[in-house]
Ligand binder design. Structure first.
Ligand code: ATP
Length: 355
């Protein structure tokens, strides 16, 4: 990867509190990077540092070979779009978009506004007042305005936060399509994991000012580095155990439910306490066959509750040590409440992490 935007050991301290703590990352040009994390983890502060609205306590920001760290916001080839959109109510849609284009000649600015209106599919709306637009349309105008000066990086703080659920999903696809057409790097802050997964080329998970893990959505979902990332991206079973021997790419973890074979990548050393992370949909369940022995990754339990969800059923299984495991099976799997079941999964479905 050729780094385009580089954050080097960036720190921002308010009083005694590190809102962003020693955070480094590289981003290639043309990428959508989503910053994901709970409220207060420092996502907005990180965006504001890149935009230049905050001065870092330590560290540096480089973009396309230039050190931005000491530059004023308006000198940076970067723009920010806020959740509130902040459109000027007394200006038409076209004039809102043209606002940032002072310095361009009249006809060049007007051609640029037309191109931006087409880009966000608002060509018919140039003369309208913002208050006459729907939430989704306002969002598109704000996006066009933020893109008017062709920033090298667009920073978006909860860009879809003001939209209701259905419109949000539709707009996610549009936002991605527009970004792909332009090739501008987007850094998007969200606290919604499903939004991050739908939008991002890579997700950076933040916790308490730190970057905990960065990678493709699939990587974070399938191979989270710790329980925080695992739980943030979806439901997960965490089975405690002790790391045993390694066999090639696989590692054996001794648990109260029996031995579990998992992919060894990232696992702590032999003898260390560990957690086996297992997504409910990666678990299979079948009635216990008393004749079957020696199955790999076969854990026995009792179906305590079975919930029909239309396309799937969700099982809550009471295990031999009293713990519960959640499994999600295709509808029609034919497993009823109250019956003994054997849970099974392949080693690549399980991730081992430090306890
Ligand atoms: P949210 O999702 O709620 O917007 P966030 O992840 O964007 O949260 P930030 O707004 O970056 O979090 O805030 C990170 C931490 O820094 C919080 O504890 C916040 O209270 C603190 N903080 C942010 N700005 C300031 C400021 N100007 N002065 C003092 N503390 C601040």
């Amino acid at each position: 990867m050729v780094p385009f935007l580089t954050l080097q050991r960036l720190t921002k301290t308010f009083g005694t509190h590190d809102a962003v703590a020693d955070l480094s990352l590289d981003m290639p040009s043309g990428e959508i990077l989503c910053l994901l994390g709970p409220s207060g983890c420092g996502k907005s502060t990180l965006l504001r540092l890149i935009a230049g609205f905050e001065t870092p306590t330590g560290g540096a920001i480089r973009l396309d070979g230039t050190d931005l760290t000491g530059l004023a916001p308006h000198r940076r080839p970067v723009n920010m779009m806020f959740q509130s959109y902040a459109l000027f109510p007394h200006l038409s849609v076209a004039r809102n978009i043209a606002y940032g284009l002072k310095g361009l000649g009249r006809s060049a600015a007007s051609a640029r506004v037309d191109a931006l209106l087409r880009l966000v599919r608002m060509d018919e709306f140039g003369n309208r007042a913002p208050e006459t637009l729907s939430g989704g349309q306002r969002q598109r105008v704000a996006l066009a305005r933020a893109l008017a000066r062709e920033p090298k990086v667009l920073l978006l703080d909860e860009p879809l936060g003001a939209l209701d659920r259905g419109l949000r999903e539709e707009t996610q696809g549009e936002l991605r399509a527009i970004q792909r057409r332009l090739g501008t790097a987007f850094v998007i802050v969200t606290h919604d994991p499903s939004e991050a997964m739908a939008l991002a080329d890579r997700i950076g998970v933040m916790d308490k000012g730190r970057l905990v893990q960065i990678g493709r959505p699939e990587t974070l979902y399938e191979r989270p580095v710790n329980r925080f990332v695992a739980g943030l991206l979806g439901d997960v079973n965490l089975i405690p155990g002790t790391v045993g021997e390694t066999d090639g790419a696989l590692v054996r973890v001794e648990t109260a439910l029996g031995p579990v074979l998992a992919l060894g990548e990232g696992a702590p050393a032999a003898g260390a306490p560990a957690l086996v992370a297992l997504r409910p949909e990666r678990i299979g369940a079948s009635p216990v066959d008393p004749m079957a022995t020696g199955d790999r990754n076969a854990l026995d339990g009792h179906v305590e509750a079975s919930t029909y969800l239309g396309d799937r059923i969700r099982l809550q299984i009471r295990m031999v040590d009293g713990s519960t495991i959640r499994a999600t099976l295709p509808a029609g799997a034919g497993i009823d409440g109250g019956v003994p079941v054997r849970l099974s999964f392949t080693p690549d479905a399980a991730t081992v992490m430090a306890a």
